[in-house]
Design a protein around this ligand. Structure first.
Ligand SMILES: Cc1ncc(COP(=O)(O)O)c(C=O)c1O
Length: 377
């Protein structure tokens, strides 16, 4: 049986070109990049080259990139860093109801510190309304954080419009681009954002590394205090190995040509599912403003988890969790107003650079098989 990987939004394999860069550095970059002597040079050079590569992906200056351990840390640094740099209440942060837990949980934490949090609703496709944002801003608003693209359904937010509103009100704007970087353009100037998070393992770099773009002049208190690494914004000796992996992946990610093929493959996937299931397959997410690799569909009358369990060898994710025999749909689908009946059949397929049409066609055949086999799926 073929193993098919359709869970690239969960994590991507390391690109062989990234692995090659890292393999060399594993032996040569042992020096501490903060030292002035010869042994530090390979590490220091790799670190700074990587910073420039990450900066090029988002269109900023190298000095505006802070390396982190991943997307979660970048998001935490953005939210808590802005709050603690202000250091006073009353403070107000605006976010959306469908953010990743690495935004929602820091918001809950800050709420316990006395910060007022507004969680904007989304429409049935998962998009926020910029007018809702405009109405939510007050004189106490210290930060707006809205994800660029959603991890479950792939919906892309109107970041440019929202960031423009933030700027009109003089409020810093953060976007979580963990899912969008290297899939769609994430130019910080085109988006108009002040802070932007990326996560290595979503763009063919290894786990354990990410970055936060911090627009020059933005005030951020570090989460990790210590020596002056990362220009005093994140203490801890940097890993030239991991950051070079992220840098190489960002350089490769500048070329978005592959996404057109993947978009066509994804649309072919949905068309084939519609041929088989008709209106018993429902698209979750925006039909147009959606990541090119993401297909979240509900198989009405089925449980997504049961389908995945029966699709032995096919890796994908469900949009619902089973608790004590009861299916609970994800908070993202719930916020989009998806009913329990439709949401419990949700499956997220996320394609990658190496996904082939044969894999998609085989997946459609296997889904058709398990949903009509009388297995109770
Ligand atoms: C939208 C989004 N933000 C942040 C993260 C967290 O990134 P990391 O796993 O690198 O901490 C993820 C990972 O699932 C994500 O999908």
């Amino acid at each position: 049986m073929n193993r098919i990987y359709l869970d690239h939004n969960a994590s991507t394999p390391v690109d062989p070109r990234v692995a090659e860069v890292m393999r060399t550095l594993l032996e040569t970059s042992f020096g501490n990049p903060s030292n002035p002597h010869w042994a530090a040079q390979p590490a220091k050079q790799a670190l700074e080259a990587a910073r420039a590569q990450v900066a090029a992906l988002v269109g900023c200056a190298a000095g505006e990139i802070v390396f982190t351990s991943g997307g979660s840390e970048a998001n935490n640094l953005a939210l808590k860093g802005v709050f603690y740099a202000r250091g006073k209440n009353p403070a107000h942060i605006i976010t959306s109801a469908i953010e990743h837990p690495s935004i929602l949980a820091p918001c809950d934490f800050l709420e316990r510190q006395g910060v007022r949090i507004t969680r904007l609703p989304v429409d049935g496709t998962g998009r926020v309304d910029p007018d809702d944002l405009r109405r939510a801003i007050t004189s106490a608003t210290i930060l707006i954080t809205l994800m660029h693209a959603n991890n479950e359904v792939g919906t892309i937010q109107p970041i440019e419009a929202c960031a423009r509103i933030a700027r009109e009100h003089g409020v810093p704007f953060h976007t979580d681009a963990a899912q969008s970087a290297a899939k769609i353009s994430t130019s910080v100037d085109e988006l108009g954002v002040d802070l932007l998070s990326i996560a290595g393992h979503k763009l063919y770099a290894p786990k354990g590394v990410g970055a936060l773009y911090i627009r020059r002049g933005s005030r951020i208190e570090p989460l990790i205090h210590g020596a002056g690494h990362e220009s005093g914004r994140r203490a801890g000796t940097e890993s030239a190995l991991l950051t070079a992996g992220l840098g190489a992946a960002c350089e490769i990610g500048l070329d978005l040509a592959w996404t057109q093929r993947v978009r066509e493959l994804r649309d072919h996937f949905l068309a084939r599912l519609r041929d088989r299931f008709g209106d018993r397959v429902v698209l979750n997410g925006h039909p147009e403003y959606r990541l090119p690799n993401t297909l979240n569909v509900s198989f009405v009358g089925h449980r997504g988890a049961d389908i995945l369990a029966a699709l032995d060898g096919i890796a994908a994710s469900t949009g619902a969790a089973c608790h004590s025999g009861r299916v609970e749909i994800s908070s993202v689908l719930r916020a989009m107003g998806v009913t329990e009946a439709v949401g419990s059949g949700a499956v997220r397929f996320s394609l990658g650079r190496t996904t082939t049409q044969d894999e998609i066609d085989e997946t459609v055949e296997r889904i058709s098989g398990v949903t009509s086999s009388g297995t109770g799926v």
